[in-house]
Design a protein around this ligand. Structure first.
Ligand code: P6P
Length: 342
């Protein structure tokens, strides 16, 4: 087909088409995704010139994680809160919000039916060295009644109840990838028209992969079953489905986007320093677990399905293993004694 005439679907067109097919759809979810896309475009502008303006470096305070807040992730948080507040979503929790959650107490927000958990700029320690970073989000139907002010219970839902989840990767190109139960679709930002355009329809994670992603620096802190699996990865040959490559950037959005497309397995196990794992359940692990499962992969904490974990606090951590189905099955064989002892 002549590339000039190729019909390209924008994010807005695609979401309207997708949700129009759902009975009683109100358009709120497609509007919410449009608004997240708007925030992403604004964040993208600043990420792409981060080295040129005084937006690098620390903002001089720390976030709820106790991590140094970079000015750019503070900016990203403001943009996302802004569109959620003036969009239709009734509230949001963010890794950057010191408060427990941010209820938007205006009439429009009280009337909306979704809440959003997000990490505005994950991997921000990589900003200064130009490694891809990302925004992560998960969308839930509120459990409180429309018209009421949201409560913490709206955000303490297991990941299986997400109606949509996605991420934006600010990399060699800027992509927005989101999943609903109907599938995972990727949109690449076309700077010439300022639109996210459908570039990766119906994304699926290959059942098998040759990439494993883990911070080897923590190797001796990992549970024995994890160490055993890492040794199996290192020992793979052509005859046993390898050789494997170890790819780990320290930015989970970059690592998981690559593994989603190429196949692979990402691990952030528990360590002595982080006995409950480092990654946050509600706005790092649950969104990616949802995306990976819809794409045909799997996601566990080493014992149970990530999406089945009942959250007890907004910023709780969990160990995370997720990726290609067959690689996860081999990992689970190595962890079996671990799960048997819990
Ligand atoms: P470590 C970034 O801070 C992050 O939350 C994820 O994006 C990334 O995968 C992980 O932490 C890296 O952690 O301890 O390996 O540097």
């Amino acid at each position: 087909m002549n590339p000039i005439n190729r019909r390209v679907l924008t994010l807005d067109e695609f979401t309207i088409q997708q949700f129009r097919a759902i009975p009683n759809a109100t358009g709120e979810l497609s509007t919410l995704l449009r608004d997240i896309g708007l925030a992403a475009k604004r964040i993208n502008v600043e990420v792409n010139k981060a080295g040129l303006v005084d937006i690098l470096g620390d903002a001089g305070h720390s976030n709820v994680q106790g991590e140094e807040v970079k000015k750019l992730d503070e900016y990203a948080n403001t943009q996302l809160m802004g569109v959620l507040r003036h969009g239709i979503s009734c509230a949001g929790i963010s890794s950057e919000e010191l408060d427990s959650f941010v209820p938007f107490d205006d009439e429009l927000s009280r009337a909306s039916k979704y809440v959003c958990c997000f990490d505005p700029l994950d991997g921000s320690s990589n900003i200064d060295v130009n490694i891809s970073i990302g925004t992560i989000f998960g969308v839930y139907r509120r459990v409180t009644e429309k018209g009421e002010l949201v409560r913490e219970a709206d955000f303490l839902q297991p990941g299986v109840r997400q109606v949509a989840a996605g991420y934006i990767i600010y990399g060699s190109s800027t992509m927005l990838v989101y999943a609903t139960r109907r599938g995972v679709n990727g949109f690449t930002l076309d700077p010439s028209i300022g639109e996210f355009c459908l570039s990766h329809p119906n994304m699926s994670c290959p059942e098998e992969g040759k990439i494993y992603s883990v911070n080897h620096g923590n190797f001796f802190q990992y549970p024995k079953g994890v160490q055993h699996y890492i040794h199996r990865c290192q020992a793979k040959t052509k005859a046993t489905g390898g050789p494997y490559s170890q790819r780990y950037t320290g930015s989970m959005v970059a690592d998981l986007h690559r593994n989603l497309i190429k196949g692979g397995l990402f691990m952030y196990p528990s360590t002595q320093d982080n006995p409950k794992g480092k990654l946050r359940l509600q706005y790092e692990c649950n969104p990616f677990a949802f995306i990976m499962e819809v794409a045909g992969g799997r996601a566990t904490d080493g014992i149970q399905r990530i999406l089945n974990i009942q959250p007890t606090s907004l910023h709780q951590r969990t160990p995370l293993f997720l990726g290609s189905k067959l690689m996860m099955e081999e990992l689970e064989q190595c962890l079996l004694p671990l799960s048997a002892t819990h």
